[in-house]
Design a protein around this ligand. Structure first.
Ligand SMILES: Nc1ncnc2c1ncn2[C@@H]1O[C@H](COP(=O)(O)OP(=O)(O)OP(=O)(O)O)[C@@H](O)[C@H]1O
Length: 241
């Protein structure tokens, strides 16, 4: 299986604290992978390293076959811009411009010509055709997150990292966003890595990684929400001792 992102022996320390402890894993192309684990287990640190937002203390990270340890800051920024998409819990759409302008802003800033046909296809898929001329504040939370997902995919990134993408949404809007992420993977072959605390959300992924103490302690294929909830409860019990 082709891995879009590969981590090899990645350790990240903050002073004496080991946030990631010798993690080796790959994110396979065309899979939807959820990352779960108790608070402080290293999920965000894993994503930051995997997305070239941060550098490991030791070990290596490859994105699209490029070893990011060999890149300087500017080169890493360019690699991120061209190969990685991001979706955040808080949507991060710019309030002063229209939804349509938001979708292509970062591409235009990077000097890339937006692929209009591709973006139109995505907009239709997420059902925002008649919302493009509005400002983000005029959209519901779910609509804003769907716009943020289109923005993340607009440049055809190799991988999309979604950090708690449903954290601010009600059940119905969250379900729509998860359906959307899953369909982008199943229908369009996208690769999505999603950090979530919600076992029901993680159960929509193809695979779930469970982290504890800076390590990946489980990899579950086609996880059920119940199995994930049980595993997290066990880990919380261990952490509390
Ligand atoms: N910039 C930092 N400086 C110091 N320590 C940090 C920093 N970032 C993270 N940590 C520590 O590293 C460990 C892992 O943090 P991380 O944010 O990756 O966990 P997480 O699983 O994402 O947690 P949460 O679910 O609460 O977001 C924690 O003990 C955290 O306090």
């Amino acid at each position: 299986m082709h891995h879009v992102v590969t981590l090899t022996g990645v350790t990240k320390k903050y002073g004496d604290l080991v946030a990631l402890n010798d993690v080796t894993l790959g994110f396979p192309q065309g899979r939807f992978v959820a990352v779960m684990g108790p608070s402080g287990s290293g999920k965000s640190t894993l994503i930051q390293c995997a997305a070239a937002l941060d550098r490991p203390t030791s070990g290596s990270v490859e994105i699209g076959g490029v070893d990011i340890g060999r890149l300087n800051e500017t080169q890493r920024t360019i690699l991120r811009r061209e190969h990685v998409g991001f979706v955040f819990q808080s949507y991060n759409l710019l309030p002063a411009i229209t939804v349509e302008e938001n979708l292509t802003l970062s591409l235009r800033l990077a000097g890339r010509r937006p692929d209009r046909a591709w973006i139109a296809e995505l907009v239709e898929r997420v059902g925002l055709q008649d919302r493009l001329r509005h400002r983000p504040a005029e959209l519901s939370g779910g609509q804003q997150q769907r716009a943020a997902i289109v923005r993340a995919l607009a440049g055809r990134p190799d991988v999309v990292f979604a950090d708690e993408p449903t954290g601010a949404l009600d059940l119905r809007a969250a379900g729509q966003v998860l359906d959307l992420l899953r369909s982008l993977v199943d229908d369009l072959g996208q690769t999505v890595v999603m950090v979530t605390h919600d076992p029901a959300a993680a159960a929509r992924a193809h695979d779930a990684l469970v982290m504890a103490d800076g390590r990946v302690v489980d990899v579950l294929a086609a996880p059920s929400a119940q199995d994930l909830a049980t595993r997290l409860t066990q880990l919380a019990g261990v952490g509390a001792r």
